[in-house]
Each structure stands twice: as structure tokens, then as C-alpha cells.
Ligand binder design. Sequence first.
Ligand code: ZN
Length: 312
Amino acid sequence: MTGAIDIGGTKIAVGVVDRNGRVLAKTECATDPGRGFDRAMQRIVELLAQSASRAGVKLTGIGIGCTGPVDPLTGLVGNVSFLPGWEGGNPVGVLSAEFKVPAAMENDADAAALGEAVWGAGRGKARLICVTIGTGIGGGVILEGRIYRGVAQCHPEIGHHIIDPLGPLCSCGARGCWESLACGPSMVEWIKTNAPTNYNLQDLTAREICAQAQQGDEWAKRAVEREGYYLGVGLANLVTMFAPDALVLGGSVMKSASLFLARIHEVIRHNCRLVPYERVEISVASLGPDVGLIGAAQVWHHRFSPSGGPTS
Ligand SMILES: [Zn+2]
């Protein structure tokens, strides 16, 4: 039984996950990063003890997914914009000492990719890229069943590969990153910039745009078309560079996947003629809202139990 912790910028989910990826108990609290790392760890310890007790299990390990950058081998939190003041904190050290079991941590996008690779839509795929499209674009790359790491064990930032060097300024400082063109908020920005002044922009969100598009709203349909195009361009680049067995697409924007998939396939067909793109399976993530917890649990299996890894 694995304790699972999913640390995001706004909330922390805590739960217990069995060896088949089923969530047996879960709870959550606000991250409230301003109250500091130590207070957050206290809350996590309390919630995890409660979850284990409610599930009636003894924990054999703890897996953590954390918004990054984090160092997966030392367990240290890096300079994370969503977690100001947490740099240098070590959730792995705190939790393994407290519960006296081994713990492991990965960037949350890698955790989600591992979860989908073993227990979700990417099951059985040795070369898999899991992309999460929401307020940003993140992703995890699994090659031959293992998380791909870069220099200094870093997590590749696929959301920040540049699609249009003259495009909008991205939060990372570069221009025209995939994220800046194709994340959920970029759909809202595009409508704000392009729709006529009498267009109702109040409380406009990516979800609302998708709903409006389904009802035939012309500007929403154009925003959806543009979104599908830019998603397609970024995914086509991944297909050309990695030629993976599968792409798994998750995140809040992909709740409306049916609006985008045809356009995505069209762009990939057009852009990826040098690799067998037609054999790259494209599917929607299947673990649902618990993907963070389930992925965090798989982080533990991936680190400590080779038989639990994606190639099993
Ligand atoms: Zn960027």
C-alpha cells in the first residue's frame, strides 16, 4: 500500500493507493504556500496518517508528485514559482523519517506520465509521451519504460519548445512557446484580442469557449480551430523528434478532446511525413481527476520496485 502525495500550487492531495493503482482513501487541503514548507509537511503527515487509518492499511512506501522543478534523486524542492519559500525543503526526507518507509518524488508531470504508462491509457507502451494541457502545458517522456531525464536529472520542459519565435511572450521569458500558444488561457487571450468589441468576454474561460463552440458560436469555433492547430503543431514536433509508440493527452482542455482531435490528426498527417506517424497511437488520458495521486503512487513503484514499472 502506497501513500500518495500530489503537491500543486493551489492544493495538496493525499491518499492511499493499492498495488493495482486503485485509490483506497483520499483527502486534500489548500497548499497555502505562504505558511511555509514545515507547516505544509505537518498537514501532509496528519492527512496521510488519517488516510491510512481510514483505509485500514499499513503503508509500505510513499510516492510524491510535486510541481517542479524538483530534484528527484535528492528529494529537494527547487525554485518553484508556485511554492515561494519552499526551495531547499525535502518532502522525501520528512515523510520517510516520519512514516519510517522509503519515499520517492518526481515532478508532477512525470508522475502523471508514469501513472498513465502503467495503469492508464499508455499501458504497455514502451515509448510514451504524456502531455497535460491546462493552465499550462507540461509533459513526461517515458522511453523504454523509464522516465527520461536530462542533464542534472532535469525534467524536459516540452511545453516550452518554441513554435513561433515572434509569438506571445511566455511566462518563462521566451517568445512563442507551445504553452503560450496552446494552453487553456491562450484561447481566452486570442478571443479577447480578435473578437469584436461587442463579444461577451465576461468570465470567459477555455471551458466556456469549448461549450460555446459546441453550441455553434462562431468566435468560439474559431478559437477551438486555432487551439486544435497549435496543439497539432506541438504534438507533431514531438512525433517527429521522438516517434513514440503513443501520445497520451490529459489536462482540463482535453476534457473537450472531441473538439480538437480531428484537427490534431490532420496537422500530424501534414507535418510528420518522415516518420511512421500513422502508427503513433494518440489517446486521451484515462486516470481522470485522481491521476496526480495514482501517478504519485507509481513514482514509488518505479523507483523501488522494478517489477512495478511500465515495462511489466
Ligand atoms: Zn515558455
